[in-house]
Design a protein around this ligand. Sequence first.
Ligand SMILES: Nc1ncnc2c1ncn2[C@@H]1O[C@H](COP(=O)(O)OP(=O)(O)OP(=O)(O)O)[C@@H](O)[C@H]1O
Ligand SMILES: [Mg+2]
Length: 341
Amino acid sequence: MSVPVLTFFNNKGGVGKTSLIYHLGWMFSYLGKKVLTADIDPQANLTAAFLTEDTIDKIWNEGPAGNTIYQCVKPLTGVGDILTPKLQDIAENLSLLPGDVALSSFEDQLSNEWPNSMNNVNLYRPLRILSAFWQILQIAADKVQAEIILVDIGPNLGAINRSVLIAADYVVIPMGADLFSLQGLKNLGPALKDWKELWTKRLDNWENSNDRKDHPELLLPEGKMRPIGYLCQQYGVRLSRPVRAYDKWVQRIPGVYREAVLGEKAAGEIKQEDDPNCISIIKHYRSLVPLAQEHRKPIFDLTPADGAVGSHANAVFSARDDFEKLSLKIMGKIGLCAGIS
Ligand SMILES: Nc1ncnc2c1ncn2[C@@H]1O[C@H](COP(=O)(O)OP(=O)(O)OP(=O)(O)O)[C@@H](O)[C@H]1O
Ligand SMILES: [Mg+2]
């Protein structure tokens, strides 16, 4: 049985994906889960959130290969095979497969192998390459006995993200309440549907091929990419626009989500606050955010010694409550129970 993969996806950038993965990674681990986080965004922001620059410098430039997602897939660009990933231990129940700015150079190869995987012969190599992220994630999860894999990706509909989505069992869509996020939602719904269908065709092609008999050991992801709901950024400082403008966009999300992502015809208007597809509204945590980044810890772990005093201390407390509730809700949606299983 493979370990479930969850990712956060919107082709509108800056909607809080990396920040959510970072905080949920920590919170899932506090709730007793063994968590693997993976940075498959060439921007490598998740890696920068977890590790110091010195450590990143070391794993990118020195040391044994297999330290980053790119180092693991790099041999595939020649005649080699996937390298076993070496993980960073962040905390007892939390590990990271670091990202790499060099990963963007893998995009072309993933694009080239996509049509090849529908040929009649020589399917092993293209499918090995297209499913490389999933293979590496599963090897990594096995190493640390992870029960859930959280993957951070960049904001686009390119070939790297297609391969991550093929590896994903569940997808959460973070949104800003603005025109650009809504447009992103309209694009990514059909993209998810296409990728799912096209991957299923490739699985069928493999199933019926002679190559499969020569490589019975090759396991492939199912490409479920099930959307489990959206998260919406709270009205506030991030957009510094009047409430009315916020409301105008936020109230359009339920209908667009149902139509573009779930393929359901919107029967009547659903208000965002009544929408079962809205997992949560994400608060703006204001000055706690830079404070937490400075101390390289989640906002809910800030202490008075870090400068979280007075009203900040209360905000830390309430952030812990927010993320605990959000984690439990997401865990419920993907069938992961809190506590030691
Ligand atoms: N709840 C929040 N409150 C305040 N600031 C936030 C919150 N979530 C994220 N931010 C800030 O917003 C910015 C964008 O967030 P983040 O990098 O997580 O977005 P992203 O979707 O991963 O971006 P990209 O598309 O570039 O990968 C960052 O500076 C982050 O610190
Ligand atoms: Mg990001």
